[in-house]
Design a protein around this ligand. Structure first.
Ligand code: ZN
Length: 425
């Protein structure tokens, strides 16, 4: 298997929750020689220095200080959260069986969650001798399952079914006598009394490569871990230029980005401001010389439902990186920023495709236009084509993995001179 695909699959299989995704990326950055900064500390940034910080245990931002005076920031933003079920504060329901009390996180396809082994991952706050500490937990075994109702008891099951998250999707945890057992298990795993938690369900099925020519990849959370990984890899592989490269992986995109670690927070703006202050740079001038790539997966044309795609702007799996357009700014791309990104793809030797919703289908939105409200720089919305977005097991194209990494490497390596009138690259 191609090394890039293998590395992405290792990330996908380890990132069982948004906390585990961030932890994995932090370790990748540490291994690449990046120094951890604290928002609460002083920042002494050296030319040639490589830095990262986290917020809320989930958002990760990394950047490098170039040797020469920078003209602006070359940034990317993606997200590490996914639609899933969150375990409620009092997480056990007793009765004939012991079930888990959950609620929906984000807008998911619900049916794929049924009849497959599930488990729980996230973080817990634990009482320790040094005070209350955040600990990652992952019950790494088949622990739960949401059983379907038999066809004999729901004859309309194949005629379209309205799932009720308060009834239909509560996972089965054990028999009547299992009550209390989950917290014992979690406290044993975490090593102390749990005072608070952020725990999510995840599917136990690993990422896989399939198709006649092994051209497809399926996994949980391809939206948007695939882009997060591609952006981080491009950032790490790039040559130094006359810009400050910044890679951001935010949390909370699936629920509107409004959290302290989401794209609607002051995180990115604050990081840019602190870089400018530490290096004696003018923030407004730096902003004017900056560019943003908002990277979040895109809908590929569906094999069984081509009619749902726009006939002239429908990407395919393995067709290259997708540039996303929307007249109402759900995607931020305009003629100028699309041209910049197409030139970058050309330099990288990678194909670029386009995506627009069918004009009568509203489609989704992403973090580009949200981060623009805080850091207003020319932005292009891109992504990789995928099927079954927001299913717990999504599908994308294997070749596209390398395309995104190459395009992001070329982006972070470019010397971009951008004006209102045009650009040079
Ligand atoms: Zn997404």
């Amino acid at each position: 298997m191609d090394k890039r695909t293998e590395a992405l699959m290792a990330f996908l299989d380890a990132a069982h929750s948004v906390y585990h995704a961030a932890d994995y990326l932090v370790n990748v950055l540490k291994d690449a020689g990046y120094t951890c900064l604290s928002e609460a500390g002083e920042w002494a940034l050296q030319p040639g220095g490589k830095y990262y910080l986290t917020r809320g245990g989930t958002a990760v931002i990394a950047f490098r200080i170039p040797q020469q005076a920078p003209r602006g920031f070359l940034m990317s933003a993606s997200h590490s959260d996914r639609p899933t079920f969150k375990v409620k504060e009092n997480g056990e329901l007793s009765g004939t069986y012991t079930r888990l009390a959950t609620e929906k996180y984000g807008g998911m396809l619900m049916a794929p969650w049924l009849d497959r082994p599930l488990s729980i991952a996230g973080r817990v706050m634990v009482e320790t001798e040094e005070g209350v500490r955040s600990r990652l937990v992952d019950i790494d075994r088949d622990l739960l399952l949401i059983p379907n109702v038999a066809i004999h008891m729901n004859r309309q099951a194949n005629d379209g079914y309205k799932w009720n998250p308060a009834v239909d999707t509560l996972p089965l945890l054990g028999g009547k006598d299992a009550k209390g057992g989950l917290w014992t298990l979690l406290e044993e795993t975490a090593g102390g009394k749990i005072l608070g938690h952020d725990l999510y369900l995840y599917i136990r099925q690993k990422a896989t490569i399939w198709g006649l020519k092994e051209e497809f990849i399926s996994s949980a959370a391809l939206d948007d871990l695939e882009c997060a990984w591609g952006c981080v890899q491009g950032f790490l592989c790039a040559e130094d230029t006359d810009s400050i490269p910044v890679v951001c992986v935010f949390d909370s995109e699936e629920v509107g980005s409004s959290s302290v670690q989401g794209a609607a927070s002051d995180l990115l703006e604050s990081v840019l401001l602190r870089i400018c202050r530490a290096k004696g740079l003018n923030m407004e001038q730096m902003r004017a010389g900056s560019f943003m790539v908002s990277a979040d997966n895109a809908h590929a044309i569906h094999p069984n439902h081509p009619e749902l795609a726009d006939a002239a702007n429908a990407p395919v799996l393995n067709g290259g990186v997708v540039v996303k357009f929307n007249a109402n700014q759900r995607y931020t791309t305009d003629g100028l920023t699309a041209s910049v990104f197409r030139k970058i793809c050309e330099k990288a030797g990678v194909s670029a495709q386009t995506y627009c919703n069918r004009a009568d289908i509203p489609g989704g939105s992403t973090l580009g236009n949200i981060s623009l409200g805080h850091v207003s720089v020319p932005t292009v919305d891109i992504g990789l084509a995928q099927l079954a977005m927001h299913s717990c097991y999504e599908t994308a194209g294997v070749e596209d993995i390398a395309s995104l990494e190459k395009a992001m490497t070329a982006y972070y390596s470019c010397r971009l001179e951008l004006t209102e009138q045009g650009f040079r690259i």
